[in-house]
Design a protein around this ligand. Structure first.
Ligand SMILES: Nc1ncnc2c1ncn2[C@@H]1O[C@H](COP(=O)(O)OP(=O)(O)O)[C@@H](O)[C@H]1O
Ligand SMILES: [Mg+2]
Length: 226
C-alpha cells in the first residue's frame, strides 16, 4: 500500500532576518491506520514540519506527496483543493471563528469544498457534532464553550470533509487530564477504527505513549522514528 503522506528530504529555510533552517531534509512515510506523534523540544521545527505536510507552506527543497501525488509544483488553487479534500488540520489554538456558532464553524470547510447541498451540509454537521458529543452545543459560539468543547469542535471541523489525513498541533495543550484522555481516544479511533493517517505534534507524554510511532525532532532534523 502506498503512503498517504510522504516527505522526501523536505527542507524549509528562513532567510530573514538571518538564514535559519526550520526543517532540515526531513524524510518520512505515513500509512493509513497509523497514529503518529511528533515530539521534540520547543522550537525544534515540529509546527513547521506539520505546516509542510498539511500543504500550508511550501518546502524550499524536497517534495511532499499526498496519496502519492507530488505537490510542490501544484498551483495554489490545486493545493487548496487537495487540502480541502484530503487533509483535516487541528491548529494549536483551535482558530474557530468567534462570530460563528459551532455548527457554522464545522460547516465552513464543507461549503468551501462545494460538494454538498445546504441541507446535506446541515445533516452532516449534525452527525459530526453528535459523534463528538457536542449535539447540545451546536448553536453556541466559541466563547460560550469550555476548552474541551472548543477543541472537539476544532476536531469536528477538521473532519468536515471526511479527510484521509488528520494533522494536529498540540491538540491537548490547554486541556485537563480528563479532556486530554478523551481527545487521545478520539485520535486513536480516527486512526485505528476509521483507518485515517493521524499525525499529532505533542508535548504530552501520555499522548506520545498512546501513539503507534514517535518521530523525534531536534534542530529541524528528524533524529528518531520508531
Ligand atoms: N516566520 C518565522 N520567522 C522567524 N522565526 C520563525 C518563524 N517561524 C518559526 N520560527 C522559529 O523557528 C523555530 C522552529 O519553529 P516551530 O516549527 O514553531 O517549532 P516547534 O513547533 O517545534 O516549537 C523556532 O525557533 C521559531 O521561533
Ligand atoms: Mg509548535
Amino acid at each position: 500500500m502506498s503512503a498517504l503522506i510522504e516527505a522526501r528530504a523536505v527542507t524549509r529555510v528562513l532567510v530573514d532576518p538571518e538564514p535559519f533552517t526550520l526543517v532540515d531534509a526531513a524524510t518520512l512515510k505515513i500509512e493509513a491506520g497509523a497514529l503518529v506523534a511528533i515530539v521534540g523540544p520547543s522550537g525544534c521545527g515540529k509546527s513547521s514540519l506539520l505546516y509542510l505536510l498539511g500543504l500550508l507552506d511550501r518546502p524550499d527543497q524536497g517534495e511532499v506527496l499526498i496519496a502519492g501525488q507530488p505537490t510542490t509544483d501544484l498551483g495554489e488553487a490545486a493545493r487548496t483543493r487537495l487540502r480541502l479534500e484530503r487533509i483535516g488540520y487541528v491548529f494549536q489554538f483551535h482558530f474557530l471563528l468567534p462570530e460563528l456558532t459551532a455548527h457554522a464553524n464545522v460547516a465552513l470547510p464543507m461549503r468551501r469544498l462545494g460538494r454538498r447541498s445546504p441541507l446535506e451540509i446541515d445533516q452532516a454537521v449534525h452527525t459530526l457534532l453528535e459523534k463528538l458529543g457536542l449535539a447540545q452545543q451546536a448553536g453556541r459560539r466559541p466563547d460560550r464553550l469550555s476548552g474541551g468543547q472548543r477543541q472537539r469542535v476544532a476536531i469536528a471541523r477538521a473532519l468536515a470533509n471526511d479527510p484521509a489525513i488528520v494533522l494536529c498541533d498540540e491538540p491537548t495543550g490547554n486541556l485537563d487530564s480528563v479532556n486530554t484522555r478523551l481527545v487521545i481516544e478520539e485520535f486513536q479511533r480516527l486512526a485505528h477504527a476509521e483507518q485515517r493517517a493521524v499525525v499529532c505534534v505533542t508535548h504530552d507524554e501520555s499522548f506520545a505513549e498512546a501513539a503507534d510511532r514517535r518521530i523525534r525532532m531536534l534542530d529541524g532534523r528528524i533524529v528518531e522514528d520508531r
